[in-house]
Design a protein around this ligand. Structure first.
Ligand code: TPP
Length: 662
């Protein structure tokens, strides 16, 4: 192995050696503890340390890195306290995730490390968002994301590289090509000659290097960092290396030919570099011995601290409290009242006004979505925005929902707010993973907030067929960490959107397309919030209570107007997660007969959850079983007759009569 020191001083070379040795010695100790059953799962990076260490040392301490499961060297090179790291692996409260995450699935803001989720590829787009933040702030910085060879087959890899290129983002993508993805060899993973050749396909530069040579990695990434900053462009690096142990310790290595271990054993990144330092007389064997012993002692003493950590004490309140980030204590309360000036507005114009005022209010709010800039969005909600706020803040995106949600999270890491417009709520399925696994869980996992709003033009009634009409809010109400809001009136649409943007948590904002131009109402002119988690009493009544939201509110109101002989209490939920149980209880108490009405299909809809809660908590108040009126359990048909039959509204009268007759 050829080492080129270039202009590195002896001290710098020795510092790199210490950094390279530390993860190796920690791992050797961990493998021992694993055999003794003192720690659980372990993904080994033995043989690959030069990549994580070289890359991390080439960056500034405050540049975000998105590591994966073999990148212990990132964590150690960023100077994480070892005792805390050990507590993390033992699942102690004093670790980096309060015992909530395993192995390397945690991040730390203090060290600018973003924790991975198991799905690997989603890390890459987060780096795009961070790089976008650096670019917008005109900071001379890069972000760096890792992927394995296996991970390059994920759509997330393609999307993230494409966005970085199209948006001219200073991101370094590092592929650790270690020959295998679990047991799958690279010839069953891809058919290009190399992985770096894919760079060309995204219109970016790339280079393949020896990933076992720490000086090569360090020097290359340092140079690439300068390139990315100066040219404001991304760069792909393929580091050739080898995984010297199994995928994880329990999986063995039977599927790897023995010759490969012999061949790559000779290229060991730590031993070869050590030899180089000795040959160059930068260290002698005594010096090497001393460094090794010092590190081993440090590991032992920190490990003891780790073992001394108190066993975890379960505090359910603390668990629940950490699901959401708290709004800053000094955040103003933006209530409005009826005596403030109001203007009659359509639903769609109220949304537009809420978004517009939010853009004026938050100079760090970025809008992203397909065709939202010059074209103004599929429904024209952002029409005129790009002229007023500029291309930096009103961003057309390539067609890649997953990468844009990931980028939104990356923006959040650097203190930006973002709103992503799904062109249709139906398309959220291709950004689903980033929402339910990254955005939703990140605060609970390691305390990072995801300050993102996703606007979801939703619902049927416009003859748009199975993929432009779905009600998919229940996919998200089942995911702790998200908030789900669903306004029914123009005033609520504006106030809830402003509240969603002010909320530091990920909010799914459902806006019903059929209401856009069919519903109007008085909307306060000022900048105000409607509180998330608070339902609205639409009208009082004595016979039955209809609990509903979205288009259902209008169906219920129309029904009540057409049937003055029935006294109907109507509750508009407005927020589906978290639910306003106090208002639900009041609705039950008012009549003792409850109908939950929603446009979503019956099975697994939020109506089931509400009915179950009422049965459990309000049983004594009930004079009849809780009834549900929902859409048919079929995909949404295109033909308007079929669609009308599909929708819950077709069965509303029948269900009300059943309830009344009970
Ligand atoms: C989306 C997804 N599918 C499958 C897995 C299971 N899995 C975990 S790691 C891995 C192999 C990854 O290979 P590679 O990207 O080459 O990284 P390496 O483990 O070799 O470092 C697989 C299949 C996963 N974590 N996520």
């Amino acid at each position: 192995m050829q080492f080129e020191r270039k202009d590195l001083t002896n001290d710098e070379l020795i510092d790199l050696y210490k950094n390279l040795l530390l993860p190796r010695l920690i791992e050797e100790k961990m493998l021992l503890l694993l055999r003794q059953g003192r720690i659980s799962k372990w993904f080994s990076g033995i043989g690959q340390e030069a990549i994580a260490v070289g890359a991390t040392k080439a960056l500034q301490q405050d540049e975000w890195i998105m590591p994966l499961h073999r990148n212990l060297g990132v964590f150690t090179s960023r100077g994480l306290q070892l005792s805390k790291l050990f507590m993390q692996w033992q699942g102690n409260r004093e670790g980096y995730s309060k015992g909530r995450e395993r192995s390397f699935h945690f991040g730390t803001k203090e060290h600018h490390i973003c924790g991975m989720i198991s799905h690997l590829g989603p890390q890459l787009a987060i780096a795009d968002g961070v790089a976008l933040a650096y670019k917008l702030k005109k900071e001379q910085k890069v972000s760096l994301a890792f992927t394995g060879d296996g991970g390059t087959s994920e759509g997330d890899f393609h999307e993230a590289l494409n966005v970085a290129s199209v948006w001219d983002l200073p991101v370094i993508f590092v592929i650790e090509n270690n020959g295998y993805g679990l047991s799958t060899p690279v010839n069953e993973q891809y058919r290009t000659e190399s992985l770096v050749s894919k760079a060309n396909g995204y219109g970016m530069e790339g280079v393949q290097i020896d990933g076992n040579n720490v000086l090569t990695v360090y020097d290359t990434i340092k140079g690439i960092r300068d390139y990315c900053i100066q040219n404001q462009r991304p760069y792909l690096v393929e580091c050739m290396t080898f995984r010297m142990r199994g995928h994880e310790e329990a999986s063995g290595t039977k599927y790897v030919p023995k010759e490969l271990f012999d061949e790559w054993g000779k290229k060991d990144p730590v031993l070869n570099y050590e030899l180089f330092l000795i040959q160059q007389k930068i260290l002698d064997s005594d010096g090497v011995h001393k460094i090794r012993e010092t590190i081993k002692q440090q590991i032992e003493s920190d490990l003891q601290q780790g073992f001394n950590a108190a066993p975890i004490h379960v505090d359910e309140e603390d668990e629940l409290n950490d699901v959401y980030a708290m709004k800053p204590m000094d955040a103003p309360r933006l209530q409005t009242s009826n005596n403030k000036p109001q203007t009659e507005k359509r639903f769609i114009d109220a949304i537009k006004e809420g978004l517009h005022q939010s853009m004026q209010h938050h100079s760090n709010l970025i809008l992203m979505g397909q065709d939202i800039a010059e074209y103004g969005g599929a429904f024209k909600i952002t029409e005129g925005f790009v002229q007023e706020f500029g291309k930096d803040r009103v961003r057309n995106t390539p067609l890649c929902e997953s990468a844009i949600v990931g980028s939104a999270l990356g923006l959040s890491l650097e203190g930006f707010k973002s709103m992503m417009e799904m062109q249709f709520a139906d398309f959220v399925s291709v950004g689903f993973n980033q929402i339910v696994n990254n955005l939703a869980k990140i605060h609970y996992r390691w305390g990072q907030s995801a300050d993102v709003v996703i606007r979801m033009p939703t619902g049927a009634g416009v003859g748009a067929g199975p993929f432009h009409s779905q009600s998919n809010e229940a996919w998200f109400t089942h995911t702790p960490g998200l908030k789900v809001v669903y306004p029914a009136t123009p005033a609520d649409a504006k106030g809830l959107l402003i509240a969603a943007i002010n909320d530091p948590n990920p909010v799914m904002y459902f806006e019903h397309k059929a209401l856009y131009r069919s519903v109007s109402g008085l909307v306060p002119n000022e900048y105000y919030e409607i509180e998330i988690g608070k339902a609205r009493l639409v009208q009082e009544g004595d016979d039955i209570s209809i609990i509903t939201y979205g288009a259902g509110v209008h169906w219920a109101e129309d029904f009540a107007a057409e049937h003055p002989e029935i006294s109907i209490y109507i509750l508009d939920l407005r927020t589906l997660l978290p639910l306003d149980y106090a208002s639900i209880r009041n609705a039950v108490d008012a009549t003792g007969k409850v109908l939950v009405l929603h446009e979503d299909t019956l099975t697994g809809g939020i109506g089931g959850e509400i009915a179950a809660w009422i049965a459990e908590h309000c049983f004594q108040m009930l004079d009849a079983p809780v009834m549900r009126c929902a859409s048919l359990d079929t995909p949404i048909p295109f033909n308007i007759e079929l669609e009308n039959n599909f929708l819950a509204r077709a069965r509303l009268n029948e269900t009300v009569q059943q309830l009344l007759a009970y």
